[in-house]
Design a protein around this ligand. Sequence first.
Ligand SMILES: Nc1ncnc2c1ncn2[C@@H]1O[C@H](COP(=O)(O)OP(=O)(O)OP(=O)(O)O)[C@@H](O)[C@H]1O
Ligand SMILES: [Mg+2]
Length: 354
Amino acid sequence: MVTHLTLLNFRNFEHLDQPISAGFTILAGENAQGKTSFLEALYWLSTARLLRGQRDSEAVRHGAAGCTAQATLEAGTTVAGALEVGARKKFFLNGASLPRAADIMGRIPTVCISMFDLSIVQGDPSDRRLFLDLELSALYPAYLRHFAAYKRALEQRNALLKMAQDRSVDPYAFEGWEEQLELHGAEMRRFRQEYLTALSTLAANVHAEMASREEVLSLRYFTKDSGASLAQTRHLDIARGSTQIGPHRDDVEVLIDGSEARLFGSQGQQRTAVISLKLATMEAWKDLLGVAPLLLLDDMLSDLDPVRRAKLCAVVSSRASQAVLTCTEATAAGSDILDIAQVLTVQNGTVRRA
Ligand SMILES: Nc1ncnc2c1ncn2[C@@H]1O[C@H](COP(=O)(O)OP(=O)(O)OP(=O)(O)O)[C@@H](O)[C@H]1O
Ligand SMILES: [Mg+2]
């Protein structure tokens, strides 16, 4: 649980020193005041990434030389990040510098739902793989290790494939990397499939509570592999100059009543599917950690019809423990949450109690 957030030159916040409620916080305010930036700071401290996948330097307030963000957790632990323009970002746990940015992941378990997540349903397979990879890397350090080893072996094999287009390359050079790819690739798929199976059930439950009619949401892991080994596909891969099979080409199908939501879902259905999916990740974290992660909900209430909005608020208030929600009008949050939430008004990079 986060009890305090301090920002210096983060986006449009020159200086912020803000206690955060143990339960629900609503950040209300007009457009372009800093609501998303506030959430983004928490997201950055939890994932080492900015919300829109931007370069970290974008977070530094225009004209400043660097920015810092620090969250204080319930037990007094501090998690901080600092960035100077032109230098590498650094993260700190209780003031001690962490060797790698990725070491910060999972210190503040967080699930964030924003417009950018619509790409999970509407986007390319790479968007869905990114979703899975980020989730699994945050949940399981072992996944992150397999993922990193796989990525490295893939780069090496692809470089060899390109080389082999112009001159002969000793097959022996391929074998070591292919062995690595098959080993780590199988582990990645095992993690992904197990996680998706669990997520599919959780998402179906959440979706059933939120959808206006009986709709069944399900998730399916999808792989194009025919079962051939990399040694067998090597000559084809040389012709193409890249590795055509493996978890880096897999996909997730998001299905509503058995049809792909990407192709057949209405806007509202797609949005509800994404919210269900992300709330299901919150449940998956809860099952694994024993406590619900921090839930960040950016601007997800305004575009839903009143019935879905009320249902979303009911699902969130019954399942989340600590949550920060943004909306332009606090009343959009509905009485379930409004009655128990701390309402803060964000205006031009400052925050005050409503
Ligand atoms: N690095 C930066 N330095 C200074 N200002 C920035 C920086 N990055 C973004 N901003 C500005 O900060 C302001 C707040 O942006 P933010 O996305 O947090 O607004 P918001 O309150 O979420 O608005 P909306 O309701 O439109 O989503 C915007 O005017 C934006 O242009
Ligand atoms: Mg915003």
